[in-house]
Design a protein around this ligand. Structure first.
Ligand SMILES: Cc1ncc(COP(=O)(O)O)c(C=O)c1O
Length: 391
């Protein structure tokens, strides 16, 4: 047919594929339909429920007749105040709840909003390699040229500022950073945050620090905003998905100087119409939970992590025991060509799915990432299956 226009996608989607897990989950689904009972150790979606008080708050608020309308674009003050208190208590960061906080529908949407707010076609965006794939796709959709900066094990998976300084940084507008880093599990250091801030100020680069993992298997949650002058050049994204077992609820936040909040709001207020009020109230309740909540969550993850270490031992992988976040990152044994070889071998022979590290960038091609979002029983079963395979 001449002049075919229906189904012709926009140029901005060129180079942006369907999200890896969306395709992989379909394949796993097919295997399950064929009776394979695949154990999925791929995705970091917490399988445990939120605190009972959070669910109770949602129920009580949803029962009220006047809670169902459109909401304020800047989020309800109850939630913004709870976020400010949470930042003060856990990160020692002072935020003005009226001007320096923007609730989000998850940190993932914040990544897109930041790109759409600040990036022009042709601008360069720095993204971590290995790193969360959404940084790349969001930047590309916004028309950016994406420049990955490599994180190396020898450098503790931290940005190599000497290498960064060698780049032509004139067109770099934005840099994504994420510590505890996904997928490597590397914790941040105060020194690294300070270095980032001086780098950002020197080159006039906006830093977007994505911080959804700071409470998982980590006793010392850190925010980039606790460093001097951070609000001048950094935005922090945060989320209740992992810290409060609320991934499906879609609650996150963007924190920075008032000017940045106002700028992002210019885009975001044209994209959605706020979050369901009972969800905001329940999220505020979650943020007010005391330290015993995080202890309880981490006790479960610690036990699972010990078992994941056993699984990785069976696979003869190399890994550090000092990792934060919802995953364990491990170097594959040399008998496998690369991560894909290892992941496919385990999937097709023992019906256990482990994420190949290469999907996070080519610096991850010799690594796999194992999720802690599966019960101890499931991980034990995975160990049994893989042991049979390697016996
Ligand atoms: C590094 C990183 N950032 C952001 C997200 C998205 O989090 P949210 O559920 O808050 O959108 C994830 C989710 O897996 C992630 O790994």
């Amino acid at each position: 047919m001449e002049n075919k226009k229906i189904g012709l996608v926009a140029d901005r989607l060129s180079g942006v594929e369907e999200y890896y897990f969306s395709t992989k989950l379909r394949q796993i689904d097919e295997m399950n339909k064929a009776g394979k009972k695949v154990i999925n150790l791929g995705i970091g979606s917490p399988d445990l429920p939120p605190h009972p008080d959070v669910i109770k708050t949602l129920e009580e608020e949803a029962e009220k007749p006047n809670q169902h309308g459109y909401q304020n674009y800047k989020g309800n003050p109850v939630l913004r105040n709870a976020i400010a208190k949470w930042y003060q208590k856990w990160y020692d960061v002072q935020l003005n709840p009226d001007t320096e906080i923007l609730p989000l529908i998850g940190s993932k949407e914040g990544i897109m909003h930041v790109c759409m707010t600040y990036v022009n076609p042709g601008d360069i965006v720095l993204i971590p390699n290995p790193g969360y794939p959404t940084y790349k796709s969001a930047a590309k959709i916004a028309g950016a040229d994406v420049h990955p900066y490599t994180l190396k094990k020898e450098n503790h998976w931290l940005p190599d500022f000497e290498e960064l300084e060698k780049l032509d940084l004139t067109k770099v507008k934005l840099m994504f950073v994420n510590y505890p880093e996904m997928p490597t599990g590397q914790l941040p250091t105060k020194d690294m945050f300070e270095h980032l801030i001086s780098f950002a100020k020197k080159h006039q680069i906006l830093i977007c620090h994505d911080n959804p993992y700071s409470f998982i298997l980590n006793d010392n949650p850190m925010s980039i905003l606790a460093s001097d002058d951070a609000k001048d050049c950094a935005i922090e994204l945060n989320s209740l998905s992992k810290s409060h077992n609320m991934a499906g609820w879609r609650v996150g936040m963007l924190c920075s100087a008032k000017e940045r909040i106002d700028e992002v709001l210019r885009f975001k207020s044209n994209m959605d119409s706020g979050m369901f009020l009972p969800v905001q109230m329940a999220a505020a309740r979650a943020l007010s939970l005391d330290g015993s909540w995080y202890e309880q969550v981490n006790t479960v993850y610690k036990k699972r992590r010990d078992r994941v270490f056993q699984l990785l031992d069976v696979l003869k992988c190399n890994y550090s025991k000092k990792q934060a976040g919802l995953f364990v990152w491990a170097k594959v044994n040399e008998r496998f060509k690369d991560c894909y070889d290892c992941s496919d071998f385990v999937l097709h022979n023992s019906y256990v799915f482990i994420t190949p590290g290469g999907i996070f960038g080519n610096a991850g091609e010799k690594y796999i990432r194992v999720s802690l979002c599966a019960t101890e029983e499931k991980i034990d079963e995975a160990i049994k299956r893989v042991k049979n395979l390697t016996a």
